[in-house]
Structures are given as structure tokens and as C-alpha cells.
Design a protein around this ligand. Structure first.
Ligand code: ADP
Ligand code: ZN
Length: 628
């Protein structure tokens, strides 16, 4: 008799459930509704697929995206599970055939688009067959608070009510806000659901921010080392996509491109080329990625800073879904902030909302943009910054982001900070960053003259300091909340309570009461120690952190074989075996059936189909290299 463990091992090839999965599986199997809130890549599908294979009846999986359904069904078929999808991409003939098979009980799992649920044919079908579970994927689509509200999701409720017997309902999403959560429970009518929320942290992702004048040069440098891997390069405009793509093509990289300016056909081709690893490098706008389930994306580079942390984390999170190390790099330039401000501006021009609402939304968006920009300037742990943004508390040291791996030195900038704050105060908080910096630096610019800043008592008080350093200090004051920048077309620096307090202590002064009473209040700026890139401990540490591949040339051979098999079977390579699985093979060199089945990701059916192919390569390799 099968149970959840045998299904997990024999069908999916996994040894153990991940965090949260088992509770959800158990609850579903006992007939209790569930709501699983898990970040992308956490492994939501397993949570409903395992019970689906143990239930007597069929499981309907409601999913919003055609590409996602197709991918999941292909993956299940590869595992030997009978599954099908029903959506608008099927021809009339395919549709009728699928329905006929469904009626005969050929499928354990049927993926269905929400707008199909209430059609007559589907209604007839579910009167005839037993539906054991309805799994609602991307369940946040039911909430108007979510980003991708789909009215057709409301049909699910109607549908469930019409079933002869209420099945267990399992809802899954990666969106964790309170409103969305409440909407899902309430609108879907979940019955005292078991709620599982797993953390947002993705430990295998490495985060870094690169400040670059020459982004193209930097990208080419990166691809020189990583060009053979699959990755996504996100740009903020179609024009940039075209430029970067052109450049990569000229340099001989197998790059695909994707943006809203291409025809449907071109976009589809690009997407397939990417998924099937024909062109493993994708240059795209944020139009690309929804429903892309490619597990072996090894890096996501943001060529421009995105508009907020939500978008950033979602897009960057497309890296490393297989749990293997992957990199998320953000190329920052000051220009990116301006472009985003501009985009927020036109978005409100085109909107149908009225003045007041519009202003509110614009304020909110500018606020989010600012937090995104701070991410690019913080010297604290980058992962921690993101997690805190989503309301989680990290340890402030993750050991797998650029800042954690950089050696910083603490620089006391209290004096600089003090003069900047005093200047802001003395000019009655009326000017923006550049004017303030120019003035405190004693420059004679048009703005300084126009605003009469030469009369400011702090004018030129930091003459002789490097302007870049002063800019860093000012940014630090913003990040730490001593100053704030107003929203709007001409952002102005204002003092916060903290900033005013600092001025009142004076340099070398201390707070008269409260926690830091009697201690000299200092502003410490963390700056990276100047070092040569080549021998920096960062690179060394990073190399160590990224698990070494024992036989890199074998890994390449396995990858090549996987690619050939994928071509032959018309499936994306990662659906055959993930990078992680190949890497494990490359480390443990399995040459018998037992050894193969012990590898994470190798189940019985996949072993039958592909196991021997890979076994042979490994045997060959070991013989040639004289490895026992
Ligand atoms: P999500 O839908 O949450 O984004 P997926 O269901 O696509 O995530 O799973 C992400 C990856 O993790 C897939 O490659 C999947 O096969 C793998 N995975 C899921 N559960 C496990 C597990 N228990 N052990 C090993 N790998 C797993
Ligand atoms: Zn970190």
C-alpha cells in the first residue's frame, strides 16, 4: 500500500518533506482544508500532488496561467502520473478527448482554468466522477487586494457549491499580506483550515548590488565567467532590452529577448528557447516571468533597479528554484531612480482614478521606490533588509550576500553628519540633496547662488572633503532616518526627530536621557575596505560557500545528455532532472539502480526512463579517469 512517504520517494524521488510540506499533506489527507503560504520555490505543488495520488477520486487544480499548467502537467507525466489540463489552449478535438478520458477515470490530477469550471461539459463531468480535492494554486488571485485579481477565480466558490459532495479544499499562494490571507479563507469558504506560513528567506540565493558606470562592460565580464549557465537579465525598458540583447548576440552569447513590443509568436518562441535551454540567457522586461517555472536559473541580473522591493524579490526569486546556489545581482545607477520616478508619474497621468486617490497611490509608489533605492545603499545584510521589508526578522548576518562577505571598516562621520544636518536646518528644510551637498561642500553652483546658500552659516563647512564621501554620509543619514526626503517632483530634505536631536547634542555630545544617556552619540558609516578584487576574501569565501562540484567535466557530460534527451522527448531539460539532481550524481557517481534511486530527484519512473542513460555516462567517466 502506498503512503505519503512511498509516493514522495518512488514517484517524486525525494527523501524527505521540506519545511511545512508534511503538515499540509497530513491535514489534506485527513480531510481538513489547508492554506499554505510559501515563497516561490518552497515546493507548494508537492503539498497537493502527494495527497492527490493517495485520494480515491480525482483532484482538480485551479491555476490561472496556461503556461504553468502545461509545465506542471508535463512534469507529472514525466513522473508517470496521469494528469491533464483543460484550458483555452486546447483545440475542440483535444478538449473532447481529455474530457472523455477524464470521465473514464484516466487522470488522477486535472489542471483547469477557472473560467472552464462552470461550462456545461465540465459540470456534467463532475456529476459523474468523484472529486476528492480542489487545489487552488495562486489563490491570491481571488482577492481584490492582491496584485493579480482575477474575477474568474470567484467562480471556484460557485463551482464547489454545485458539487454533489464537498471535497477538501487546499489553497496555496506566495502572497502573505493579511488582507489577502483573510480574503482567501473567507471568499473560498475554507473550513477551519490548517494554516502554514513558511518564511520568505531563500537561503540559496546570493544577493549583491553593483554600482556601475559601465553596466555593459560589467555584464560582459560576468558572462565571461557564467555564460554557460542559464540566467535572466531584467531591463526596465524595451529599448534597453534591445540594446543589451544586441550586444550579447554580437558577443556570441545564446540570448533570447522578451518584451511587450514583440509579437505573440516571437515572445512564445523566445520563451520556449529559454525554457528548453536552446537560448539559456534571457534579456527581458518585467513582462517576462509570470508562470515561468524553470528550476535551473542560476542568476538573475537586474540591469536596472526595479520600482520596489516586491518586484525585485519576485523577479530575483526566479533564480535557484531547485535549491542550488544562485546569484541575484542588481546593477545600480542613479539614473534608474529618475526613470522609475518618471514611470510612476506617467502611470498616474494615464489612470482613471480621481485626484486624491491618485496622489495617494503616487505617494505610496514613491515611498516604495525610496526603500528600493535604500537597498542599493545599505551596508547591512542585504537579505536582512529584504526580509525586514516583508515584516520578518533575520539575524542581520546571513553570510551569503555581498555585504556579509565584505570586510567593512567603521568610519566616524559624526562631524560630517552634523554639518549636513545643521545646513538643512539653517536653510529651513527647503532644498534637495544636490543643493545641500554643493552648499556644505562650498561649491559655487547655479543652485547655490539661486537659493542664496552662500549666506548659510554652514556654507563650505566641509570644504576639502570629497563630494562622494559627503554623498555617502547623506545617504546614510537617510537610511538611518536622521533625514527624510519628501515625495513629489522636487524631493526636499527634511529633518526627522532623530536628526533634530542629534543637532541638539552637538558634536561629541550625548543624549541627556533614554537608552544612550551619557554616551557620546556617533554616526558610524560602514564602508568597504579598499582591496584588490582578485585577492579579496569575498571571492574566496564565496567560492567556498558555493558547494564545489567534484567532477565539473562530468557534470557537463550529464548536462549534455539531459539536453539531448529533452530534445528527443520535447520537454524542458530541468523536467528530466534538475541541476541539483545532476550535481548529486556528479558527486556520488551512482552506477547501480539502488545507488541511482538514492539520489534526490530520482524516482522509479524516471529511473526506468532515463536512469540507465546517465548511469552509462558515469560508468564511462569513472573508467576513463580510473575512479573506483
Ligand atoms: P513553488 O510552487 O512553491 O514555487 P515548486 O512546487 O515548483 O515550488 O517546487 C520548487 C522545486 O522544489 C521543484 O524543483 C521541486 O521539485 C522541488 N521540491 C519540492 N519539494 C521537494 C522536496 N521535499 N525535496 C526536494 N525537492 C523538492
Ligand atoms: Zn547578508
Amino acid at each position: 500500500m502506498d503512503n505519503k512517504y512511498t509516493i514522495l520517494k518512488n514517484t517524486f524521488g525525494y527523501d524527505a518533506f521540506r519545511e511545512g510540506q508534511e503538515v499540509l499533506v497530513d491535514s489534506t489527507l485527513s480531510g481538513r482544508d489547508v492554506l499554505g503560504i510559501m515563497p516561490t520555490g518552497a515546493g507548494k505543488s508537492i503539498c497537493f500532488q502527494v495527497p492527490a495520488l493517495l485520494f480515491p477520486g480525482i483532484t482538480l487544480v485551479v491555476s490561472p496561467l496556461i503556461s504553468l499548467m502545461k509545465d506542471q502537467v508535463a512534469a507529472l507525466n514525466q513522473l508517470g502520473v496521469h494528469a491533464a489540463y483543460i484550458n483555452s489552449s486546447l483545440t475542440e478535438g483535444q478538449y473532447r478527448k481529455a474530457m472523455e478520458f477524464a470521465r473514464r477515470g484516466q487522470y488522477k490530477i486535472i489542471y483547469v482554468a477557472p473560467e472552464r469550471l462552470m461550462t456545461e461539459a465540465f459540470q456534467l463531468l463532475v456529476q459523474d466522477v468523484e472529486v476528492s480535492m480542489v487545489a487552488v494554486d495562486e489563490a491570491h488571485c481571488i482577492s481584490q487586494w492582491g496584485q493579480d485579481f482575477r474575477p474568474s477565480y470567484l467562480k471556484i466558490v460557485e463551482f464547489i457549491e454545485m458539487l454533489p459532495k464537498r471535497p477538501v479544499i487546499a489553497a496555496y499562494t506566495a502572497t502573505a499580506t493579511k488582507q489577502v490571507k483573510e480574503d482567501i479563507v473567507c471568499i473560498l469558504g475554507l473550513c477551519q483550515p490548517t494554516l502554514v506560513v513558511t518564511g520568505y528567506d531563500r537561503k540559496n540565493l546570493y544577493f549583491a548590488v553593483k554600482k556601475a558606470k559601465d553596466k555593459k562592460g560589467m555584464l560582459l565580464g560576468y558572462l565571461k565567467k557564467n555564460g554557460d549557465k542559464s540566467g535572466i537579465i531584467y531591463c526596465n525598458t524595451r529599448k534597453t532590452v534591445e540594446e543589451v540583447w544586441q550586444c550579447l548576440i554580437e558577443e556570441g552569447y545564446p540570448a533570447a529577448r522578451y518584451h511587450a513590443g514583440l509579437s505573440d509568436l516571437e515572445r512564445k518562441q523566445s520563451q520556449d528557447d529559454f525554457i528548453y535551454d536552446v537560448r539559456p540567457v534571457m534579456v527581458a522586461t518585467n513582462a517576462f516571468g509570470m508562470g515561468i517555472d524553470k528550476s535551473n536559473v542560476r542568476y538573475v541580473i537586474h540591469y536596472n533597479m526595479p520600482k520596489d522591493i516586491e518586484s525585485y524579490y519576485q523577479e530575483a526569486g526566479r533564480a535557484g528554484r531547485d535549491g542550488e546556489p544562485a546569484e541575484c545581482l542588481l546593477y545600480y545607477a542613479g539614473q534608474d531612480v529618475k526613470v522609475n520616478e518618471f514611470l510612476i508619474g506617467i502611470q498616474s497621468e494615464n489612470s482613471e482614478l480621481d485626484g486624491e486617490e491618485l496622489e495617494l497611490i503616487k505617494e505610496r509608489d514613491l515611498g516604495r521606490l525610496r526603500k528600493m533605492a535604500f537597498y542599493c545603499f545599505t551596508n547591512e545584510c542585504l537579505r536582512d533588509y529584504i526580509l525586514r521589508y516583508f515584516g520578518e526578522y533575520g539575524s542581520n548576518y546571513c553570510g551569503n550576500c555581498e555585504n556579509c562577505l565584505t570586510e567593512f571598516e567603521d568610519i566616524d562621520v559624526t562631524e560630517e553628519a552634523f554639518h549636513i544636518l545643521r545646513l538643512v536646518q539653517a536653510c529651513h528644510e527647503r532644498y534637495g540633496i544636490n543643493a545641500v551637498l554643493d552648499a556644505v561642500h562650498g561649491s559655487d553652483t547655479a543652485k547655490v547662488r539661486q537659493f542664496g546658500l552662500k549666506q548659510n552659516p554652514e556654507y563650505g563647512s566641509l570644504k576639502g572633503w570629497a563630494l562622494v564621501r559627503l554623498r555617502q554620509v547623506l545617504n546614510d543619514l537617510l537610511v538611518k532616518g536622521y533625514l527624510l526626503l519628501t515625495n513629489g517632483d522636487y524631493p526636499i530634505l527634511k529633518l526627522t526627530r532623530l536628526g533634530r536631536e542629534l543637532i541638539s547634542y552637538g558634536i561629541g555630545g550625548s543624549p541627556p536621557y533614554g537608552a544612550g544617556r551619557g554616551e557620546v552619540h556617533k554616526i558610524i558609516l560602514k564602508l568597504p575596505k579598499e582591496r584588490e578584487e582578485a585577492q579579496s576574501p569575498k571571492e574566496e569565501k564565496k567560492k567556498k560557500a558555493q558547494a564545489e562540484i567534484r567532477y565539473p567535466d562530468l557534470f557537463e557530460l550529464l548536462r549534455k545528455r539531459r539536453y539531448e534527451l529533452a530534445q528527443k522527448d520535447h520537454v524542458p531539460p530541468y523536467i528530466i532532472f534538475s541541476d541539483k539532481t545532476l550535481r548529486e550524481m556528479g558527486a556520488s557517481l551512482p552506477v547501480t539502480e539502488g545507488e541511482m534511486l538514492a539520489v534526490n530527484g530520482v524516482g522509479k519512473v524516471k529511473y526506468e526512463k532515463y536512469g540507465r542513460d546517465f548511469q552509462e555516462i558515469i560508468q564511462d567517466y569513472a573508467r576513463k579517469k580510473g575512479i573506483k
